[in-house]
Design a protein around this ligand. Structure first.
Ligand SMILES: *Cc1c(COP(=O)(O)O)cnc(C)c1O
Length: 461
């Protein structure tokens, strides 16, 4: 399977190269040349364990790894999860909650990043080369990426986080990792500033080549690919358990990465009636799916900081398909957006923005209310990101279509918000409590691409 750029300016490349380059050299995002149709396999896939299913799904896309390599990667990647099912599904009230927080950093990003760190190591060992990962995090990507690559051979990681905009626990999950190959950068700016610096440095091709820059952000196709797995895992299980023809997924969304994996799963043939996209007050995506206009707004700090994003890095992939795979048209739209902070997508033939995606907003009051409600009624603790998804899902419940709500973080990662919502300090996890005692390491930098570039130069041979 070859990969091409949404902007049409690079030669198609195999999976391994697509993983190594992250963002394409023409500024676009990489996509597989075909999306496999797996409808014939669904009955068989419903019987597989998470690891078996991950192997089946990923081997369709990662066909330049040997079967043994891929099987080893999958087995090792999910060995550190604290639930034998990896991503268990729990029936809670009207919902099926897909718990994606059983990995080492207690957020869904572990599903992709435990895999990606090992994948990088495998690919680097083949070529005998080195890789410098540059990442921007709104909170959870950073720690998950650091855990995925700490101590791994041939890899350094530089993680920018917006100073004061990630939770204290999230910050400690990153800065308490003292391995020599891990560098935390606390940037005086917003997450969008960090993401902007990332884009600037990746488009400086001589710098990118000299320092072999790679990406762990969700612009890396391997992350999307690894996330496709749990949509199949949960969708097929819930469909079988309920006898329903279709399911729907509620997805708390920031960069459009997680939900884009669901969109791919649907396109591969998983019977998904629709995806329910949920944002917090940073609602650019909800506004888009309700109006067709994608217009940048100001970034608000909310209870769900991993979704405090106005420019969704994966949206370009979706938009590419929406303009019928026309790279010239896509480039025009993205360049217009870069200039004016606004673009308008063509409507679908049925006059909707997208009949397959329903969207809504869960604000701070709704987030608190739904956390309290699920605790009081069902004794189940939701983290604030999951609560945004659960709130928005409640407007779209249907009797004939089970709703699977993605639980993207363990409530203990956001214990303060949970405490405020339910009035009791109940959200704890021993792994997080232990972080408070550990020493930390982190470098403050201004929100300037030049400062980050200099730091990388100074810390690479
Ligand atoms: C990253 C994150 C999200 C948003 O995921 P995207 O792929 O950016 O849409 C939601 N919840 C949590 C807990 C996260 O860490």
């Amino acid at each position: 399977m070859n990969y091409f750029s949404t902007r049409g300016g690079v030669e198609p490349m195999p999976f391994g190269e697509a993983v190594m380059s992250g963002l394409a050299r023409d500024g676009g995002l990489l996509l597989p040349e075909t999306i496999p149709d797996v409808r014939e396999r669904l009955d068989r896939w419903a019987d597989l364990s998470y690891r078996e299913l991950a192997f089946e799904v990923m081997r369709l896309f990662a066909d330049d790894l040997t079967a043994d390599e891929l099987r080893a990667l999958v087995t090792q990647s999910y060995a550190g999860f604290d639930d034998p099912e990896v991503t268990p599904v729990k029936a809670v009230g009207p919902l099926h909650i897909l718990e994606l927080f059983h990995g080492p950093t207690l957020a869904f990003k572990d599903l992709a990043l435990q895999f990606l760190g090992r994948l990088f190591e495998t690919l680097l060992a083949r070529s005998g080369s080195e890789l410098n990962l540059l990442a921007a995090t709104s909170g959870d990507t950073g720690s998950a990426a650091i855990q995925g690559v700490r101590g791994r051979r041939g890899i350094r990681i530089f993680v920018m986080h917006p100073r004061g905009c990630v939770s204290p626990i999230q910050e400690r999950q990153m800065t308490t990792v003292l391995d020599d190959n891990v560098f935390n950068l606390s940037v005086a700016g917003t997450f969008d500033d960090c993401q902007g610096i990332l884009k600037t440095l990746f488009s400086d091709l001589s710098f990118k080549d000299r320092y072999a820059l790679g990406s762990v952000n969700s612009i890396n196709w391997a992350r999307v690919m690894a996330q496709v797995v749990y949509y199949f895992y949960a969708g097929l299980r819930v469909r079988r358990a309920t006898g329903a023809a279709q399911v729907q997924f509620a997805v708390p969304t920031g960069n459009f990465g997680d939900i884009f994996a669901g969109w791919i799963a649907r396109r591969m043939g998983l019977p998904v009636r629709r995806l329910i996209l949920a944002t917090n007050e940073n609602d650019i995506l909800a506004r888009f799916f309700n109006s067709g206009v994608y217009a940048r707004g100001a970034v608000h700090a909310t209870l769900s900081p991993s979704m405090d994003i106005q420019v969704a890095s994966n949206f370009e992939r979706y938009l590419f398909y929406r303009v019928g795979g026309d790279s010239a048209r896509l480039r025009e739209l993205m360049e217009g957006f870069a200039r004016a902070g606004r673009l308008t997508a063509p409507l679908q033939p049925d006059g909707t923005v997208d009949a397959g995606i329903a969207a809504g907003v869960g604000d701070t009051a709704a987030t608190r209310a739904v956390i309290r409600d699920y605790y009081e009624r069902y004794g189940y603790l939701l983290d604030p990101h999951t609560a945004v998804g659960v709130h928005v899902a409640s407007a779209f419940l249907r009797d004939d279509t089970p709703t699977i709500a993605l639980a993207t973080a363990h409530p203990a990662k956001f214990s303060k918000a949970v405490h405020e919502a339910i009035g009791r300090d109940l959200a704890h996890h021993p792994a997080l409590d232990a972080l408070l005692e550990l020493p930390t390491r982190c470098t403050p930098l201004p929100a300037e691409a030049g400062a980050v570039r200099d730091f990388v130069r100074a810390h690479c041979p």
